[in-house]
Design a protein around this ligand. Structure first.
Ligand code: TTP
Ligand code: MG
Length: 391
């Protein structure tokens, strides 16, 4: 994997995808990608149940209060049994379930959890597209050679999200965004659902059209009037008819009905730094152990940099001592880091400028900032030996 190559774009969107026929089968349709969609379960409500154990197992509604003309942002699965849903008025929700507990949202906590899950995702691929605080697409095609490997990776990420946040996330694994997103919803909560590429068309055919990307209430009603209720009904309509009825969206529906979706996973905004840190269950006192942990953090940062095709000029070591006092030590170079060895050399110098070991250590972190493209393609290819392609 080179630093300079752009991520593969299998997009078939628009007319160009149809040039020379209808390449809707085989590898050309994007069926050779592995996409995972993650979506946290009852996100805001699950965070509240986690942080306030007295809410566990209860119908919890997060949002506006019933007497304040508020609406439901979300609710726990216990509350969903009463028919309560997002965007319903809180007053109505209170009527449906008088015993429900209403709580106000705590966005700063949700944002923190979102950053945690994002950091986990980014350890597996640079191609992470966060759709909202609790939802993301990952293109793991480079890391996972086939659907089995992608499924194993999705399970590992589910486990890590649970360990790190004590919250469950549902995962859908498929060969494109459209199918992965529907898959993550099939088995909620704590769901895990895989659509192998050979089942894509059949799976898409079985779906009500309302599940298709971009088909809201209005379009669904229009389709139902035309007798189009499922993906299979949609598939029976010729392309020119669909384009005539729905404009350029007709192309998308034509493909989606066949389980095809060429949209690429687009990584989010560029980041200013890449870091990795851990808090230890027991404070570290041994110099060798501390150095080993710094090395592990560095490896993780190198892995993320490699997967995002980045390097950086500043390395920072963060140490929090057992008494919670915290220091950082950094070095800025006049060139982008050339590789893991250089990063480790700098970190070992920085570590000597701390009292780690002499004082017990509670947390260690490594960050690379001043992000930029690696020096030259030649250097870049050598940048993190042994790391390329592992992220
Ligand atoms: P969703 O993922 O749609 O819902 P959810 O995570 O609560 O439940 P699940 O995925 O298990 O079905 O939305 C994520 C969060 O976004 C949700 O917890 C609260 C917020 N949200 C709103 O504030 N208003 C809304 O209308 C919706 C749909 C979500
Ligand atoms: Mg969710």
């Amino acid at each position: 994997m080179g630093f300079v190559s752009k991520p593969a774009d299998f997009g078939l969107g628009g007319r160009r995808g149809f040039a020379g026929g209808f390449p809707f089968s085989g590898a050309a349709d994007g069926g050779d990608r592995r996409i995972v969609h993650f979506d946290m379960d009852a996100f805001f409500a699950a965070v509240e149940q986690r942080d306030f154990p007295e809410y566990a197992g209860k119908p919890v509604i997060v949002g506006g209060l019933p007497d304040k003309r508020g609406v439901v942002a979300t609710c726990s699965y216990e509350a969903r049994r009463y028919g309560i849903r997002s965007a319903m008025s809180s007053a109505r929700a209170a009527r449906l379930c008088p015993a429900a507990v209403f709580v106000r949202p705590r966005f700063e906590v949700y944002r923190r959890v979102s950053a945690q899950i994002r950091a986990i995702f980014e350890q597996y691929t640079g191609l992470v597209e966060m759709l909202s605080l609790d939802e993301a697409y990952l293109d793991v095609s480079e890391t996972a050679a086939d659907i089995r490997a992608a499924s194993a990776l999705a399970r590992e990420i589910k486990r890590r999200v649970l360990e790190t946040t004590r919250l469950t996330v549902s995962a859908g694994v498929a060969c494109n965004k459209f199918l992965a997103k529907i898959a993550s919803d099939m088995d909620k909560p704590d769901g895990f659902y895989v659509v192998p590429a050979r089942h894509s068309e059949q799976f898409a055919g079985s779906l009500p059209v309302g599940k298709f990307h971009g088909i809201g209430k209005v379009t669904r009603a229009k389709m139902e009037k035309l007798g189009i209720v499922t993906g299979a009904d949609l598939r029976r309509r010729p392309l020119d008819e669909l384009v005539g009825l729905f404009g350029s969206a007709g192309y998308y529906y034509y493909q989606a009905a066949r389980g095809v979706d060429g949209r690429a996973v687009v990584a989010g905004r560029p980041r200013k730094s890449v870091g990795s840190e851990t808090t230890f269950e027991n404070d570290l006192r041994d110099a060798g152990e501390i150095a080993g942990e710094v090395r592990r953090r560095a490896l993780e940062v190198a892995r993320i940099l490699t997967s995002r095709k980045l390097s950086g000029r500043t390395v920072t070591l963060k140490v929090k001592y057992a008494d919670f006092t915290q220091i950082t030590r950094s070095r800025t170079l006049d060139h982008p880091l050339t590789g893991l060895n250089e990063m480790l050399r700098l970190l070992s110098g920085l570590l000597q400028k701390t009292e780690a070991g002499a004082r017990p250590v509670r947390l260690l972190g490594v960050t690379v900032s001043g992000l930029c493209a690696p020096g030259t393609p030649r250097q870049a290819a050598l940048a993190f030996p042994g790391m390329a392609g592992t992220a």
